[in-house]
Write a protein that binds this ligand. Structure first.
Ligand SMILES: Cc1cc2nc3c(=O)[nH]c(=O)nc-3n(C[C@H](O)[C@H](O)[C@H](O)COP(=O)(O)OP(=O)(O)OC[C@H]3O[C@@H](n4cnc5c(N)ncnc54)[C@H](O)[C@@H]3O)c2cc1C
Length: 491
């Protein structure tokens, strides 16, 4: 293929330079492809969400994923599945009817591909100097183990970028992908972008890998898919603002089937007063949550906090003003290392009496006191065991608290405001286990791939510590597949 004026031609074009994009680019270039990355951010800010994450991996060790890995991802499908689809998915992929291949639900093909490629992908990442360790996390109670790269997501993208440069990958910073089309009858794709000065730059390639994240940085898409709660939600770190959903929109316009829960997102509890990265307030297992009406609205402690913080935080967005308070007292000091669960740089609101605390939080005092009195009266006798699910459940409340229920009565009293932060959106495009984008009729779209947040995988509740991993796993797979496609077409 010849370059025409103003056009650039590569074997593989990768949109985005987070974990998914850089894994794809390095894998494709290692396989001998000529690769370019199109990245909207500048050289200081590239990497989207990955730049800001600690990048926990749901793994027991570098060799093994957590025991609950597949079961958790699949069970996120919920209870209302069509038995015909479940039955079809139990058979060989080749025998799935087209409507099943295109269907958006937890896809066992993808879940098992993710778990089986996790360890080899960690080993592959290690070859670029990325080291993994088990370090303390912000979860005081946890159902699953977590491994993490030393230096977090930033260390990963820096190491992968060094490798990409060694392999002569071209990176076009401050260049935003906007439109995708079939370039010619030979099966190439063309990508229209807007460059640094707002000028149009066109690219062609044998394959395009969409790794441009979700749409958490796009208020229009957020409102379209998440509804009114979207106005209360903000990204947990700056990287989220770069992910505006163009990659997903382009792929859908090219015929991709949607996948992932478009109406939901991965939520974290954030202190609205803080501008710090991931300003978490995650100690609500040991207190109560009240809304701006002074009322409880959720079970604060159904089990280990790492299993439940996602859906509890999402519930904040349905409360008046999208803001709630966690209320606790001095007895929280009985919980070893509870301060690990607090990442905000703002202090707790403190008062000597509960009434004064309510006033300081601008909560209706009478309603608030009624809530606390009812909660205190419902707390059982029994042994408080802060680091394990202790079954200390309230008795007789319409909205129970299932564990760690102790009366809030020992001053001083404390509160933090909390809002729902968004880590990433769940909605994306359907892919197969080779990272190919699947169309609405269950067929791979030739030359089109997606990985990371752009590829829909999650439904209802996020299976924690799997998003960086899926970016690396499916980015690498997509890069290798795309490079093989280019090589086959050149042969
Ligand atoms: C603070 C924080 C903590 C987290 N903790 C964890 C954790 O512990 N474990 C875990 O698994 N996950 C965690 N996550 C989620 C995880 O980090 C992300 O889901 C994952 O890194 C996303 O990778 P990605 O490559 O798909 O997208 P990103 O890393 O977001 O990269 C997308 C890239 O695409 C670029 N881009 C976007 N649109 C365009 C366009 N139109 N044209 C060109 N470029 C474009 C962006 O600038 C960006 O560089 C966390 C996220 C955050 C923010």
């Amino acid at each position: 293929m010849e370059l025409t004026k103003g056009q650039r031609n590569f074997d593989v074009l990768v949109i985005g330079s987070g974990i998914a994009g850089l894994s794809a680019a390095v894998a494709a270039a290692t396989s001998g492809a000529q690769v370019a990355i199109i990245e909207r951010a500048n050289e200081e800010e590239y990497g989207g969400n990955t730049r800001w994450t600690e990048a926990y991996f749901r793994m027991k060790s570098e060799a093994e994923v957590s025991d609950d890995f597949e079961e958790r991802l699949i069970s996120n499908a919920g209870d209302n599945l069509d038995p015909n689809i479940v039955e079809a998915m139990g058979g060989e992929y080749a025998s799935w009817p087209p409507y099943v291949k295109a269907h958006g639900m937890p896809d066992p093909e993808l879940v098992f591909a993710l778990s089986s490629h996790a360890a080899p992908t960690v080993a592959w990442l290690r070859t670029f100097g990325i080291r993994f360790d088990t370090l303390p996390t912000y979860f005081v109670t946890a159902a699953a183990p977590r491994l993490m790269p030393v230096g977090g997501g930033l260390a990963m993208i820096e190491a992968l970028l060094v490798q990409a440069k060694k392999l002569n990958v071209d990176v076009f910073y401050e260049t935003t992908a906007r439109q995708l089309a079939r370039a010619n009858s030979e099966g190439d794709l063309s990508l229209q972008t807007t460059g640094r000065d707002g000028d149009a730059l066109a690219f062609t390639a044998s394959s395009v890998i969409v790794a441009s994240g979700g749409f958490q940085g796009n208020p229009e898409m957020m409102t379209r898919y998440l509804g009114q709660a979207a106005k209360f939600v903000r990204p947990v770190a700056r990287g989220g603002y770069y992910n505006k959903g163009e990659g997903i929109q382009m792929a859908l316009a090219a015929g991709a089937a949607p996948a992932g829960d478009f109406g939901s997102y991965h939520a974290e509890p954030l202190d609205p007063r803080s501008g710090a990265t991931e300003a978490l307030v995650m100690n609500f297992s040991y207190g109560v949550l009240v809304n701006m009406l002074g009322k409880r609205f959720v079970d604060e402690a159904p089990g280990p906090v790492d299993v439940h913080y996602d859906h509890i935080s999402r519930a904040f967005g349905e409360q008046p003003k999208g803001r709630v308070y966690v209320v606790f007292d001095k007895s929280i000091d009985d919980v070893p290392n509870w301060k690990r669960s607090i990442r905000t740089d703002q202090p707790a609101i403190q008062a000597d009496t509960l009434e004064a605390l309510a006033e300081a939080c601008e909560l209706p005092v009478d309603a608030f006191m009624k809530t606390i009195d009812a909660y205190n009266a419902a707390c059982p006798e029994g042994r408080f065991s802060p680091l394990e699910v202790d079954g200390l459940a309230t008795q007789g409340l319409d909205i129970p608290k299932s564990n760690w229920s102790r009366p809030i009565k020992t001053g001083p009293f404390f509160a933090y405001p909390i809002i729902p932060g968004i880590c990433f959106t769940y909605g994306g495009v359907k892919t197969n286990k080779s990272g190919q984008v699947i169309d609405a009729d269950g067929r791979p779209i030739p030359g089109l791939y997606a990985a990371g947040e752009a590829a829909g995988l999650y439904y209802q509740v996020y299976t924690g510590a799997t998003s960086v991993m899926r970016g690396a796993v499916f980015g690498k797979i997509a890069g290798e597949h795309a490079a093989a496609r280019a090589a086959a077409r050149q042969a």
